[in-house]
Design a binder for this molecule. Structure first.
Ligand code: FES
Ligand code: FES
Length: 162
């Protein structure tokens, strides 16, 4: 039976027709909506490349059925920047060489944004390592990723005070 769901993606409402309930959020984002910033690494919940925010909380979109998200607010890496102004986490990844090939990067960035939301901007380096441990990087850019998340956290706190 065909189903129609509505997803609010990066502030824009999208109606999606599903022939059956099986498509994942990841496949809907990439193949139906054309937002290919979210990456498919393992497609089985093990790498974190597909991380997006659903109602502000990070999820592995490869493990999430789109049909379960009718009416949800979804943020992908395409929705982070404000025009030409990068999100502080994006800017810090560039500043700190937080990526090499860049394939895991959208998932790392979305996971970092979710983590900083969860921890209220007060995460220690150890908490960041633990909180980002579901995101794998084949290139081993972990030192830069940790520095980037710490820097973004500090910059967000500074901006909040000014
Ligand atoms: S593609 Fe979803 S966790 Fe790897
Ligand atoms: S930058 Fe290449 S997999 Fe992470």
């Amino acid at each position: 039976m065909a189903l129609r769901i509505s997803l609010n993606i990066n502030g824009t409402e999208h109606g999606v027709d599903l022939e059956d309930p099986r498509p994942t959020l990841l496949d809907v984002l990439r193949e139906r909506i054309g937002l290919t910033g979210t990456k498919k690494g393992c497609d089985r919940g093990q790498c974190g490349a597909c991380t997006v925010l659903v109602d502000g909380r990070r999820v592995n979109s490869c493990l999430t059925l789109a049909v379960s998200l009718d009416g949800a607010d979804i943020t992908t890496v395409e929705g982070l920047a404000d025009g030409d102004t990068l999100h502080p986490v994006q800017a810090a990844f560039i500043e700190n060489d937080g990526f090499q090939c860049g394939y895991c990067t959208p998932g790392q960035i979305m996971s970092a944004v979710g983590l900083l939301n969860e921890t209220g901007g007060k995460a220690s380096a150890e908490a960041i390592r633990e909180g980002m441990s579901g995101n794998l990087c084949r290139c081993g850019a972990y030192a830069g990723i940790q520095d980037a998340v710490l820097e973004a956290q500090a910059n967000i706190a500074k901006a909040g005070k000014s």
